[in-house]
Write a protein that binds this ligand. Structure first.
Ligand code: 13P
Length: 253
């Protein structure tokens, strides 16, 4: 059975104290994570150790970094290495978020290197893909996403690919309050799975969790996460509100 994941992406929000209070509030609310379900918190780098400590010993709950660098170590002032993340016991790393692609010029090629180095250090990538509005309006989103997958993931062996979680985040739906319809999400997720099946075979493609991101909230989570190829959500704004995120966790199938 594929992993179902509710992933919080705090982005560059909250102070340390606010982050602690948010985690306490979420953990104190009733939530039910089944064996194949996980909640993941992608917190800013300075809060990783705090989040690791708070979530220690809690079943099916993990901490993610929001980024990492593509090199092992060295003179890269301001960057964070996978070895550092591994030494903290971090489980996941979000890679290739559209905000990193747009504001920090991250290319498919750079992301291929980041995926590789994460896997070399037993960190599981949450690899983001998704098209901007102009591409959706031109109805060329499938080719656009297929290229992102091909250039950043297809150097991996089948065994490596199975460690990757994919997050489809249409850029026009991020932080806009405008979600893809559940039909649009399902259509793209099924397309991504078909692409993976063509390259790696259907049995492998069936094991890969594909999350949807873009204005997921309590009010639409059951509908979107209920789609057969949607294996959870990567949540920005609504993950900063305890009741909202707990409802999203509870909407996992
Ligand atoms: P919003 O949920 O705020 O639209 O953000 C989505 C996102 O970018 C998660 O990574």
């Amino acid at each position: 059975m594929r992993k179902q994941i509710a992933a919080a992406n705090w982005k560059m929000n909250l102070t340390l104290q606010q982050g602690e209070a948010l985690l306490d509030a979420i953990l104190s609310r009733p939530h039910s994570l089944k064996e194949n379900q996980q909640a993941v918190f992608a917190v800013p780098f300075p809060y990783l150790a705090m989040a690791q400590q708070k979530l220690a010993g809690k079943a099916n709950v993990f901490v993610a970094a929001q980024n990492c660098y593509s090199k092992k170590s060295g003179a890269y002032t301001g960057e964070v290495s996978v070895e550092m993340l591994q030494s903290l016991g971090i489980q996941y790393v979000v890679l290739g978020h559209s905000e990193r692609r747009e504001y920090f010029n991250e290319s498919n090629q750079l992301l291929a290197d980041k995926v590789t180095i994460c896997l070399a250090y037993q960190l599981l990538p949450i690899f983001c893909c998704g098209e901007p509005l102009a591409i959706r309006e031109a109805n060329t989103q499938n080719a656009y996403v297929a290229k992102q997958l091909e250039e950043s993931l297809y150097h991996l062996s089948a065994e490596q690919l199975q460690k990757v979680v994919i997050a489809y985040e249409p850029i026009w739906a991020i932080g806009t309050g405008k979600t893809a319809s559940s039909g649009q999400a399902q259509e793209m997720h099924a397309f991504i799975r078909r692409q993976l099946a063509e390259k790696y075979g259907a049995a492998i493609a069936d094991t890969i969790s594909i999350l949807y991101g873009g204005s997921v909230k309590a009010a639409n989570a059951v509908e979107i996460l209920g789609q057969p190829d949607v294996d959870g959500g990567l949540v920005g704004g609504a993950s900063l509100i305890a009741d909202e995120f707990v409802a999203i966790i509870n909407a996992l199938k």
